[in-house]
Design a binder for this molecule. Structure first.
Ligand SMILES: Nc1ncnc2c1ncn2[C@@H]1O[C@H](COP(=O)(O)OP(=O)(O)O)[C@@H](O)[C@H]1O
Ligand SMILES: [Mg+2]
Length: 207
């Protein structure tokens, strides 16, 4: 995968966030402060403005990180910003990256989210979608499955992980202030993460 492939992934993510902006905001209205959709949409639109032309995969992801950190307030901006930054650092300056390198970048992104936010699986956050997705991607590649299948497995795991947040009581972020009342609602960040892995399917179109 080259910079163009990663740029297509980011453009697809911005499209999916825009298409799901209302839904993300509605989910956040139920257990937060009704801004997750507008936050992410603002951040991704800012990211599109900052994309370098002819950048390496790492350059593209770094530009997204910087845009999210400076344009998205609240919890999700710094968390996704850190995720994209760690992914960028993991890819280094290579102009072409392998599926294995991309899987390591997704794992580095997850680690960044957890270093920063301290959430673990079951806390009803984006980690509940991100961690199963990374694990499914790594497992598929270890089993020798094609990259396209690894991406599909990651996307399905992220969706299932997001579904699994519905009954949970939040232990991190704003939703945790609601205690038991947070149960029965999907975590909004888990949906924006499922959309990230949906966008990543486009990386499987590369030879
Ligand atoms: N400590 C954390 N670790 C991981 N994710 C978190 C954490 N705190 C909040 N989140 C995620 O951020 C999402 C909320 O994002 P957003 O609404 O944009 O920010 P804010 O909560 O500041 O309004 C939550 O749905 C959750 O997935
Ligand atoms: Mg919010």
């Amino acid at each position: 995968m080259d910079g163009k492939a990663v740029e297509a992934f980011i453009r697809r993510y911005a499209e999916l966030i825009a298409a799901h902006k209302e839904e993300l905001t509605q989910l956040d209205a139920a257990i937060g402060d009704a801004d997750h959709g507008t936050n992410m949409d603002r951040g991704m639109k800012a990211a599109l403005e900052k994309l370098p032309s002819e950048g390496t995969p790492g350059d593209i992801l770094k530009a997204v990180a910087m845009a999210l950190i400076s344009h998205v307030g609240g919890a999700a901006g710094p968390l996704y910003g850190t995720a994209f930054l760690r992914a960028s650092q993991s890819l280094g300056n290579d102009r072409e990256v392998s599926p294995e390198a991309m899987a390591r970048a997704f794992a580095a992104a997850l680690k960044g989210i957890q270093d920063r936010g301290k959430a673990v699986l079951g806390d009803k956050t984006m980690v509940d979608a991100f961690q199963p997705a990374v694990e499914a991607m790594e497992k598929a590649l270890q089993e020798g499955k094609p990259w396209k299948e690894a991406l599909q497995a990651a996307y399905e795991a992220a969706k299932e992980g997001s579904d699994a947040t519905i009954p949970l009581v939040a232990r991190k972020g704003r939703a945790s202030y609601l205690g038991e009342r947070s149960a029965g609602h999907r975590d909004p960040g888990s949906l924006s993460t499922a959309l990230l892995f949906e966008a990543a399917l486009i990386l499987g179109d590369e030879p």
